[in-house]
Design a protein around this ligand. Sequence first.
Ligand code: ATP
Ligand code: MG
Length: 408
Amino acid sequence: MSISIGRKQQVEGLHGSAAGRDKFLAFLADEASEKIVKQCVSEMALPYSSVVRGDVTKAIQQLSAGRSPIALMVDISGVELPVSQIHHLAEVCEPGVTVIVIGDRNDVGLYRDLINAGISDYIVKPLTQTLAQTAIDNLFGVSKPAARTALSQKQGQVVSVIGARGGVGASTVAANLAWHLANKENRRVALVDLDMYYGTCALMLDVPAGGGLREALENPHRVDELFLERSMLRSGDKLHVLASEERLEIKLTPDPESLTPLLAILRKQFHYVVVDAPRAHREMMHAAALQSNTAIIVLDQTANSIRDTLRLRQFTETADLSAHRTVLVLNRVGEAGKDGIDQKNLSDTLGTGVQVQIPFHPKSAIDAANAGTPVSSFRSPISTAIATLADELGGRRIKTTKPWWKFT
Ligand SMILES: Nc1ncnc2c1ncn2[C@@H]1O[C@H](COP(=O)(O)OP(=O)(O)OP(=O)(O)O)[C@@H](O)[C@H]1O
Ligand SMILES: [Mg+2]
């Protein structure tokens, strides 16, 4: 069978929309299926290396360490608890992957569970050339529109970090959280530092701030995946930073609406988009909070900070944030000693407790700054607290899904 023009063009057309990602990857457990899918990929002008011997567990292993393809085929034959393995796969996959599962069990219950887990199709072995080719064609939308399933529509989480007052440690939380998610939880993370004059987050990660953010916010129509690929700075394999360090004499007037297309593109490519949203630019902060899945408010044990946390609450309450989660992070715990507002008073005034506490530990902060490395990259009370915060985001430790301002 020779490749049809339509099929080849469709497959090539995917390239521009997926900078840096393979178009197709298959993990097949037996030689016969591997041979058939290799035949299909050669007809699509894709490399043989797109077909790997292995099953879903190998796919999980490989995709945890590298980029995800646009379309994925995985074998679950002989795998214990295949549905939970598919859920695990969904966790490690980047947003926007379409998945076809191959297996040896002809079981309607299994099929339904797999579809509910977000896959596009389930094919029972023995695989034939026609079955495999039709499935792959469907993935690429050659013969009919590609199945748009929960998994392929999966979007990254946007998390904005807002300081209740200046210097409370919002950028420290944003940069370290992003670093932790990328380096300890193996997620692809974009860190956007909206504080365009200072590029503090970039500094904490020891990458040059560049100028990509200003350009992205001033010319939103130019923002696409390739633009971001060029403008974002890398801190290791998984963390990409979008920041600026503009001259102080320049007056910047970024349009808050420009944040929408930027975040829309980023959340298609990254598991997490962490936004340092300084309160100095009210509109930008508001726009970031509105588009976030989680807003983190960082406060400390001072009266000013608690007062402004309450005011921020009023501010965010003006919009419908019911689909969003707000996490309160109390930073610099213990800094003011006996003069700091104690936890009981703090919770009474706020009407709720805080979810995460970060101890005041100047030695870690200074060591990190001197070494040009984030605090989270070494053991310290601050990095332990950041790990707890990362768990909160993953929903593992969150005690309530009720927005904190709804507490009475
Ligand atoms: N838990 C902590 N213990 C000790 N020092 C800390 C802690 N958290 C932050 N710091 C230090 O406090 C300083 C201010 O932190 P950071 O820049 O993160 O605050 P910010 O809220 O982003 O400030 P700004 O309002 O200027 O944006 C930094 O020097 C940082 O290292
Ligand atoms: Mg800051």
